[in-house]
Design a protein around this ligand. Structure first.
Ligand SMILES: [Zn+2]
Length: 151
């Protein structure tokens, strides 16, 4: 089941591997990296818009990498009412960090400061070595690095 929470006038939903998404939920998500969807709850109804009106979708790493949104997040450039306020973005980033623990590397520590408060923010396929690697970030010191997944 996907996770969803309300922040101001937006429903924010995390789509993980195996969750349904897209128009009428007709697609099943197959990637490891979670997606984050924003819905406008002003247009919620019992039919097509149970979560509200769909606005946009991001890879979780896109939102976590930037991390700080002093101007908020503009979901649709030409529609100023669809701007997620800075305070909500702070809460959303915190919530995303807490709600995607399955995506955190198991027993790794930050090589820079030794903190365990780290998270995978991206999954990369290395064309040369033909293997997958994880890009990690440390929330304590902001160090980011790359680890290869052992098979
Ligand atoms: Zn660190």
């Amino acid at each position: 089941m996907s996770i969803m929470a309300q922040f101001g006038m937006f429903n924010v939903r995390i789509v993980e591997k195996g969750d349904v998404y897209g128009l009428n939920d007709c697609l099943t998500y197959k990637e490891t990296e979670p997606l984050v969807e924003f819905y406008d709850i002003r247009f919620i109804n019992d039919k097509d818009w149970k979560r509200g009106q769909f606005i946009s979708r991001y890879c979780v790493s896109t939102l976590l990498e930037t991390g700080h949104y002093p101007q908020g997040l503009s979901l649709m450039g030409y529609e100023p009412s669809l701007n997620v306020p800075a305070e909500s973005m702070t809460e959303i980033i915190k919530w995303l960090k807490e709600s995607t623990p399955r995506w955190k590397p198991d027993d790794d520590l930050c090589p820079e400061c030794g903190s365990g408060d780290i998270q995978v923010i991206d999954r990369i396929f290395d064309e040369e070595c033909r293997e997958y690697g994880n890009r990690c970030i440390c929330w304590a010191c902001n160090h980011d690095w790359h680890v290869t997944e052992e098979q």
